[in-house]
Ligand binder design. Structure first.
Ligand SMILES: Cc1cc2nc3c(=O)[nH]c(=O)nc-3n(C[C@H](O)[C@H](O)[C@H](O)COP(=O)(O)OP(=O)(O)OC[C@H]3O[C@@H](n4cnc5c(N)ncnc54)[C@H](O)[C@@H]3O)c2cc1C
Length: 637
């Protein structure tokens, strides 16, 4: 996957009115200061020498002032410099936000700084150098023209701009889901049309933040802090015209062009979730996918998932909890059960969770729990196929498998979990594995919303779409990302549920929608596969990007850099860099985060993650009391 969110070329248009007023005031006062410093200098020199003169002669007279009245000259110099500094600062600040091409902007910005530096030097040299006196006039004219232009252009873009010429009535676009697909579509649409008065763009999401799933395994072991993988939608959309609604979409009615969503609200008495209908002219559906349990008994209740932020936090707390309990226990059997961590699924998520967990145990927890025999903790990966990372390039698979083997992570191939309980996982071969921790990373299935969408589904429950990303027969509905079923023209295979597919589709859907609104035909989506990358523990990664295969520490640096680039939010990037750097130098925290809800209000916004966590916690609490009572018996075994 690649690329950060594109820069917004409508930054000046979409700036809040008070910001525009402030910027305009700054420009006006900078120009006034600059001109008045010139004017005062001009008047002073004319007054001191009692006659008007040409620019060159004026510069000569300025030199005379410098010799005859050094204090007056210093005052003039200071006023000129302050005016120049203000105007230069404001122009640089605003000019950067114009829609002009980046390179041209940069060159002009640097040129204006160069002229300003020359100006400073020339004024200083006026008393002593005839060349400086000759140079002052042309320099001032060139500098004045450039700076005025650099200020007028942003002012124009800020206040006067072309509006999109559409049908004339308000076009409502609703995006369901602000994940990779939905967010990229929203940002691209806002870039193209967001400033238009007759265009309304709304993103509806059950969470109030964008989640960056690729870093969830790192959160689940505390390598990076929880909030770093999320970014609030209201912050992302603050300089755009995108409206955000925090609601769970329950159904879609393509016949009446409406969606039904439940909004959390305290209005109207006791009802905390109000159903409401939103109408749309165009719908972009990107609700992602959910964990596929393959109806395996016990998974919903006793396994941990790795899809939501709460899942990662729950895993982290649970692993530390298991260590605390194992440290307090004298029973070998109980310790074995507590210290065996079974990851179901050998895809990239399962591999990353297993290796991150190994790193946490080996490099942090064992040092802090001297009561625990270091040979006791075990991490397992159970994979139904005959290799890890199915579908990946064989060389990457080999490297990753070797590294995982080196870490002494137990790989169980050609097997799968057929039952999960509070203290065990049963494998297809009949083996009953004693464990308190089963993390289910075994696959995805389509979002439940799709079944209630009235849209045509394929066998796997995803929505069949045409190559321009619209649903067959429904020209006003686009479906993106994990929710969409589309055959890749290049490979002849369905596009995989990946972030890089979703965000490429998001941008394409936005482009196609703009074309539709302008009366042009849509274009087919073409997927560009950037490649794949997986981190396999101990600062080691296997990467296959744009045809280049890399492994080891360098690949690990590439892995981290790419994730960093893709992460949304500049502050998040800084925080993650800090977390990663500090993790190399300072031990990460192993404090458990205890949560307590005074009263559980069942609402649609609570995600499924809480159920297994609650189930496991209650079982652990029960076990704790049982263990405390049965400890001597175990100890005698
Ligand atoms: C642990 C993990 C690691 C991953 N690593 C990678 C990786 O390294 N590279 C890669 O390419 N892909 C990776 N993926 C896959 C990638 O995250 C998904 O393919 C991608 O996020 C799909 O994008 P999407 O827009 O379809 O859905 P999502 O990004 O899942 O977004 C769906 C959005 O819809 C919202 N939503 C869902 N249902 C509703 C509803 N009923 N009402 C309102 N809102 C709703 C959700 O809150 C969410 O914000 C990973 C996934 C996971 C879970």
């Amino acid at each position: 996957m690649s690329s950060r969110l594109p820069a917004d070329p409508y930054r000046l248009i979409n700036m809040a009115t008070w910001c525009k007023l402030l910027a305009t005031f700054a420009i006006a006062s900078g120009v006034l200061l600059f001109l008045s410093s010139w004017g005062i200098a001009w008047l002073f020199v004319g007054w001191l020498f009692a006659h008007d003169a040409s620019m060159y002669q004026w510069a000569t007279q300025l030199a005379d002032v410098a010799w005859a009245h050094p204090m007056v000259f210093s005052g003039l110099l200071l006023a000129h410099y302050v005016g120049l500094a203000v105007i230069l600062f404001v122009s640089q600040l605003l000019f950067r936000k114009t829609t002009m091409r980046r390179r041209v902007r940069k060159v002009l910005g640097l040129f204006s700084i160069g002229l300003a530096v020359l100006d400073v030097g020339t004024w200083l040299l006026v008393p002593v150098s005839s060349l400086a006196r000759r140079f002052l006039a042309p320099l001032s004219i060139a500098e004045g023209i450039l700076l005025v232009w650099m200020l007028v252009l942003p002012l124009k873009q800020m206040w006067l701009y072309h509006r999109w010429r559409g049908s004339g009535r308000k076009v409502k676009v609703v995006i369901v889901g602000g994940g990779f697909g939905g967010l990229y579509a929203a940002v691209a649409l806002d870039k193209a049309l967001g400033h238009h008065r007759d265009f309304e763009l709304t993103v509806v999401d059950k969470n109030n933040y964008f989640l960056f799933p690729p870093l969830l395994p790192s959160v689940s072991v505390g390598a990076i802090e929880t909030r770093q993988v999320t970014y609030p939608f209201r912050r992302i959309f603050e300089t755009t015209n995108i409206r955000f609604r925090n609601a769970l979409v329950e159904s879609i009615d393509p016949a009446s062009n409406t969606i039904t969503a439940r909004f959390e609200t305290d209005e109207m008495g006791s009802e905390s979730c109000l159903p409401a209908q939103l109408s749309y002219d165009y719908l972009i559906l990107a609700p992602g996918s959910t964990t596929n349990t393959f109806r395996t008994p016990g998974v919903d209740r006793f396994a941990f998932f790795m899809r939501e932020l709460g899942d990662a936090v729950a895993v982290r707390n649970h692993v530390i909890d298991c260590f605390e309990r194992a440290a307090a226990s004298t029973s070998a059997a109980l310790q074995e059960e507590l210290l065996r961590f079974v990851i179901i699924g050998g895809g990239p998520t399962g591999v990353e969770v297993a290796t991150e967990m190994h790193d946490l145990i080996e490099h942090v927890l064992l040092a802090r729990y001297p009561e625990i025999d270091p040979t006791r903790p075990e991490v397992w990966i159970v994979q139904s196929g005959n290799q890890l990372l199915p579908g990946w390039h064989t060389r990457v698979v080999d490297i990753a498998s070797r590294q995982i083997g080196r870490l002494k992570i137990k790989i169980v191939l050609d097997n799968r979990a057929v039952e999960v309980g509070p203290r065990h996982v049963v494998l297809k071969t009949g083996e009953r594995v004693a464990t308190r921790t089963c993390v289910w990373c075994a696959g995805v299935k389509s979002s439940e919303l799709l079944a209630r969408s009235g849209l045509p589904l394929d066998a796997s429950g995803r929505i069949r779409i045409k190559s321009d990303l619209r649903v067959e027969g429904l020209d006003r509905v686009f479906v993106l990302g994990d929710a969409a079923f589309l055959i890749d023209e290049k490979t002849g295979r369905p596009l995989p549920p990946l972030g890089q597919v979703a965000f490429q589709q998001g941008s394409q859907a936005a482009r196609n929608l703009v074309r539709l609104l302008s009366g042009k035909p849509t274009r087919s989506f073409r997927y560009f596969n950037f490649g794949s990358l997986v981190s396999v523990g101990e600062h080691f990664a296997a990467v296959h990007l744009l045809g280049v295969k890399l492994s080891g520490f360098l690949a690990w640096l590439v892995w981290r850099t790419l994730y960093l680039v893709k992460l949304v939010g500049f502050s998040n990037k800084i925080r993650v860099v800090l977390d990663w750097s500090l993790d190399l130098l300072i031990e990460r925290s192993i404090s458990q985060i205890q949560t307590r809800s005074p009263e559980v209000v069942e609402g649609p916004l609570s995600n499924g993650a809480t159920e297994p966590v609650a189930a496991i916690q209650s079982v652990l609490a029960m076990e704790n009391s049982l263990t405390a009572r049965s400890e001597p018996a175990h100890g005698n075994e």
